[in-house]
Each structure stands twice: as C-alpha cells, then as structure tokens.
Design a protein around this ligand. Structure first.
Ligand SMILES: *Cc1c(COP(=O)(O)O)cnc(C)c1O
Length: 366
C-alpha cells in the first residue's frame, strides 16, 4: 500500500482542531518560515560559542535563552540552549546533577513525568520514588522520611512544576524546608516545568519555582504553551554546573555542552518570533484567558454533573473518564478512571461548549 501524503495532510488538518487533552497550543502560524526550509540549518555546538559552521541561528537561540532566563529570575550566572523537547531538557538537568553529585540520590514522585524514570536509568542514577498526595503533589512527609533515611547522601530533587496528568505543582518552599531540617547542604534541584514554566511566571501568588528560589536547572517546553509545529524546549542551568561538564569534555576541541550534536536551528527562530511578537504582556493576556476558560469549563461540567476538579493555579481540569469515543474525538489523555482537559490558548468557550455537549449526550444516557 502506498501512503497518501495529501490524505495525511487532510487528516492532520482536521484532527488538529480537536486537541483538548494534550498540552499543545495549536494557535500559531509559522508559514512565513518556509523560506528557511531550503537550507541545511544546524545549531551544532554550544550556542554561546563561536562556531565554524556558519549556517546556524545561535544568536537567536541565545536571545531566546536570555529572555527565559530573565523570566525565570536568573541572577545572570546561567547557561542554556534550545532542546528538542522537554525530555532532552530534563536529561541535561539530570546529567549536570550527576556530575555535581556523583553519589547523590534522585528524589522524584510517583507523578513525575515518565521521561525522568528513563533518564535516571540511562544515567544509572540511584533514585527513590516518593509517594504523591491525592492531588498529585509530592508527599512532603514521605519525602521527609526518605531524606531522613539517607541524610548522609547528596539530594538531587526533581520538582514537578505541573504534573502531566493532574497539573499539580510541587511546593519548592516545603521541599527546601525538608532539606534544611535535615541539614542537607549537598543538594541539587531540577524543575520539570514543561508546561507550567510558561504559565506560572504570569500568575500572581503562584508558588515560586525559579532561580530566585535557589533552583539549579529547569526544563521548559516550547511546543506546549507557546505552540510550535516542531517539538522543542529549553533548558537553563546554573552556569557553574555547566562549567564542570564543559572542562571534562574539552579534549574534543569544542565545547560539546549539549546532549545532541546536530541541533534544530529552525525552532530557535520560531521561538524568538513568538516571544517578541507576544512579549510578556501578550503571554500575560493568554494566561489570563486560560484561567477564565478553566473557570468556565468547571462551571459547565458542574451543570451536567460531570465529576471534575482542578488544582490551584492549574488549567489542567481532571475529569471522570469519558467513554472511548469522546476520549478519541478530543484526544484526551487517560489514566485509570480519570482523564483531563488542558485549557490551552486554543481551548476557547466554543470548543468547551462542544466538548461539554458530547459529555452531556453520555450523561443523559446513564
Ligand atoms: C510534556 C512533558 C515532558 C516531556 O516533554 P517532551 O517534549 O514530550 O519530551 C516532561 N515533563 C512534563 C511535566 C511534561 O508535561
């Protein structure tokens, strides 16, 4: 059978207007970047270095990193790069953590993203899976017990800044209080902020998770809240940690500070455009809109008695698992009896009404 590329185009076009359960903003248009598709653009190497391969977009990549570093309240001593997604950012953070504390123990929760599980195996890092609370946050008491048991070892903590399924935000102040209580001075905090790293900076009163709160590294997605046609993300870390990795591999004659060798040079251009076109005010408006629509969704679900709840500062609405046809139609993620609707910028009132209308059909059937 020969695959039909035009049929594929039509199918994707149709299905991309029905994404309610995956954290990808579909509101974007980067078609004016087509002209770059005729060149072999490659951002190989450290974006901050001089590079012999001239067909790169490193200066745009650096500006993107600087914009995010400011947003995440870096004191200026940072380093970062545009990754191929959230997983690569997490991997870089964990790699640095292992180089800093080779005999450290990784603390992650039951609700930590599956990428971290894979990464600790790949990097052969000893790890402990801490219990999660009902709402998806890390269980601070269990964390306290685990730290107490291993207080002679450095602690590498993965803080979930928005868990995938429940949008729960681990409280860094509480995590730091536990470390302090047990006098753990050898510590490293990596924030997995794939989705909420682009939301919480625009929310007054949200839990702190940035460099001013003493984190060591953070991974944020580019294709999630911002929206991109190609997966991308970024990782930013305390510069002193990166210096360690840098010197250890300098023998190859270049600063091979990134995980991938050849890297995407198109996504930094798109991210650069997105952040400059919208600016902080634009993202602020988008975040406000998402919270307004989250409230609207909760109201509509209550009207039809569909069981649902949402964490504080979250736009991930956890709902009782709908039947298969609804899950498929709206591309909702599922876990056991639960599913979720993630209110991204493209999930507007009319889309919410359409989803709720489908749920109502089922509710009436019961
Ligand atoms: C999406 C997500 C990731 C992984 O990102 P990819 O771009 O799919 O690699 C990691 N952590 C969290 C919390 C996520 O939501």
């Amino acid at each position: 059978m020969t695959l039909d590329i035009n049929a594929k185009f039509e199918q994707i076009k149709k299905d991309s207007s029905n994404i309610a359960g995956y954290p990808t903003n579909t509101n974007f248009d980067y078609t004016d970047f087509y002209k770059f598709f005729q060149f072999n653009i490659n951002n190989v190497g450290d974006p901050y270095d001089d590079n012999l391969y001239a067909c790169n977009t490193h200066e745009f990549e650096c500006e993107v990193i600087e914009w995010f570093a400011k947003l995440l309240k870096s004191n200026g001593h940072h380093w970062g790069y545009v990754t191929h997604g959230g997983t690569e950012g997490n991997m870089h953070g964990m790699y640095l953590a292992r180089e800093v504390w080779p005999n450290g123990i990784v603390y992650m929760s039951e609700e930590t993203h599956y990428s971290i599980n894979k990464i600790v195996h790949m990097l052969k890092m000893e790890h402990i899976i801490v219990k999660s609370l009902e709402n998806g946050e890390i269980d601070y008491e269990d964390f306290d017990d685990m730290i107490h048991m291993h207080r002679d070892r450095p602690a590498i903590v993965v803080a979930n800044i928005g868990t995938t399924m429940k949008g729960a935000i681990d409280n860094l102040q509480k995590i730091k209080a536990v470390l302090k209580k047990h006098a753990i001075r050898k510590k490293y905090i990596h924030c997995d902020a794939a989705l909420y790293g682009m939301i919480l900076p625009f929310v007054a009163g949200a839990p702190q998770f940035d460099f001013s709160a003493g984190i060591d590294s953070i991974a944020v997605s580019g294709h999630k809240f911002i929206g991109l046609p190609i997966p991308a993300g970024l990782v930013i870390a305390n510069k002193s940690h990166v210096e360690r990795v840098k010197t250890s591999i300098e023998y190859i004659g270049a600063h091979d500070t990134t995980i991938s060798g050849s890297r995407n040079g198109i996504t930094p251009l798109m991210l650069h455009r997105a952040i400059h076109e919208k600016g902080r005010d634009g993202f602020q408006a988008l975040v406000d809109q998402c919270y307004t629509n989250t409230k609207y969704l909760m109201l509509k679900l209550a009207e039809i008695d569909w069981r649902s709840w949402v964490n504080n500062h979250s736009t991930t609405v956890v709902i009782e698992r709908p039947p298969e046809w609804i899950v498929r139609k709206w591309q909702m993620a599922v876990a056991e009896n639960w599913s979720h609707i993630i209110v991204m910028p493209h999930v507007d009132k009319s889309m919410i009404d359409a989803i709720v209308a489908d749920l109502k059909i089922e509710r009436n059937r019961w």
